[in-house]
Design a protein around this ligand. Structure first.
Ligand code: NAD
Ligand code: WQD
Length: 352
């Protein structure tokens, strides 16, 4: 039995990764406090894979509960994939202590519990936000890191350093996966992103406007020095991203990696306008759009050099913008059709 512990495994990226792990024959144990997800996600995972996951309602800040969950599976654990975190840039600027507590203290507890039971492999969810506003594009793993723009970004920089430092007192392998902009949903529309309240991110906002849940989608700035004046990002399909975790889990041990950063992107930069146009064209739907002011803190353009991911992991993204925007729309229609009428569309079990 090869067991993988997945923290935050009922969230957006976690749930897609759990599906890929189950498809590859791993036994999966999810630790999630449901602060931004719901147990109903397990039904979607089961419907796709026809397999079961073990779920524990554990908050990483509760060390005793975390330690006993990891201790229970100690003998068969081949790795931990650590997604659990708060991820809203805006919220992190309002409530820094929440972010330091959840993302930093939570990760420290996980590292301590892994040491306690000699768990030898960690795959960490990092972010392109650790680069800040990069001087040169595309961004490689050697691109110098600037201080992150947000408290959220700072917690990711700190987490990366904590993991690297932990190698001084515990012999384990680790990979720091720096995601660019994950979008899309599973092709079955049985799992996808469930934004908490008003979405911050581009695609959920576009899709909710298209379905009529929001009146107007605002493009944040069209006066940037880019191909069409709107910001450029490296959007990556969440299923491609999920598959990279399964590969990283194996390569981490095989190549004895320790705190190895790896960019996960496609290497292509698309502007906001290009994404919006693709969404409208591929789904044959109009999105009520307004061109507004820049959003504070946005970087003009960022995209990855993904060549190291291919060299190290043998992984590269397979899905394009068409699959990203069509799967988001299929998912949006699926969740809206199940909406209870109270404007939920997310069916969350929100606790905090
Ligand atoms: P998500 O909010 O959908 O998933 C996070 C999950 O972790 C949720 O199920 C939540 O309930 C759980 N969780 C949060 N705090 C917890 C705690 N203390 N104990 C136990 N469970 C807890 O987020 P996501 O988009 O799936 O992101 C996953 C990871 O990837 C996060 O670490 C995030 O910072 C990182 N990341 C996300 C993006 C993105 O755009 N979505 C980009 C780069 C990096
Ligand atoms: C993408 C583009 C917006 C909403 C954030 C985090 C980053 C990482 C990914 C976690 C930008 C524009 C958006 C809208 C718009 N997360 N936009 N109207 O800001 O690149 O990255 O998520 O690690 O750390 O900062 O993603 O989806 O918010 O924005 O015009 O209503 O869409 O200006 O250019 P971002 P995003």
């Amino acid at each position: 039995m090869k067991t993988v512990i997945v923290t935050g495994g009922l969230g957006y990226i976690g749930s897609h990764t759990v599906v890929e792990l189950l498809n590859e024959g791993y036994e999966v144990v999810v630790l999630d406090n449901l602060s931004n997800s719901s147990e109903k996600v397990i039904d979607g995972i089961r419907a796709i894979t026809k397999k079961s996951v073990h779920f524990f309602d554990v908050d990483l800040r509760d060390y005793d509960k975390l330690e006993s969950a990891i201790g229970y599976y100690q003998q068969s654990i081949v790795g931990v994939i650590h997604f659990a975190a708060c991820k809203s840039v805006g919220e992190s600027m309002k409530y820094p202590s929440k972010y330091y507590d959840n993302n930093v203290a939570g990760t420290n507890n996980l590292l301590m519990a892994m040491k306690r039971y000699n768990v030898g492999n960690l795959i960490f969810s990092s972010s392109c936000t650790v680069y800040g506003e990069a001087d040169d594009l595309p961004v490689t793993e050697q691109t110098p890191q600037k201080p992150a723009e947000s408290v959220y970004g700072r917690t990711k920089q700190i987490n990366e350093q904590m993991i690297k430092d932990m190698h001084r007192e515990h012999d384990f392998n680790s990979v720091l996966l720096r995601y660019f902009n994950p979008i899309g949903a599973h092709e079955t529309a049985l799992i996808g992103e469930l934004p908490n309240g008003t979405p911050d991110n581009l695609l959920p906002y576009v899709a909710e406007t298209a379905i009529g849940k929001r009146d107007l989608f605002t493009v944040f700035g069209d006066d940037y020095d880019t191909k069409d004046g709107t910001c450029v990002r490296d959007y990556i399909h969440v299923v491609d991203l999920a598959k990279a975790h399964v590969v990283a889990l194996e390569v981490s041990v095989k190549k004895n990696l320790k705190g190895e950063p790896v960019n996960l992107g496609t290497g292509k930069g698309y502007s906001v306008k290009e994404v919006l146009d693709a969404f409208e064209k591929e789904n044959d739907i109009k999105v009520n759009t307004h061109y507004g002011n820049r959003r504070k803190g946005d970087v003009e353009a960022i995209y990855a050099d993904p060549s190291y991911a291919y060299k190290l992991l043998g992984w590269k993204a397979q899905l394009g913008l068409k699959e990203m925007v069509t799967s988001v729309w299929k998912w949006q229609k699926a969740i809206s059709s199940k909406c209870c009428g109270g404007g939920c569309c997310g069916h969350k079990n929100k606790k905090a």
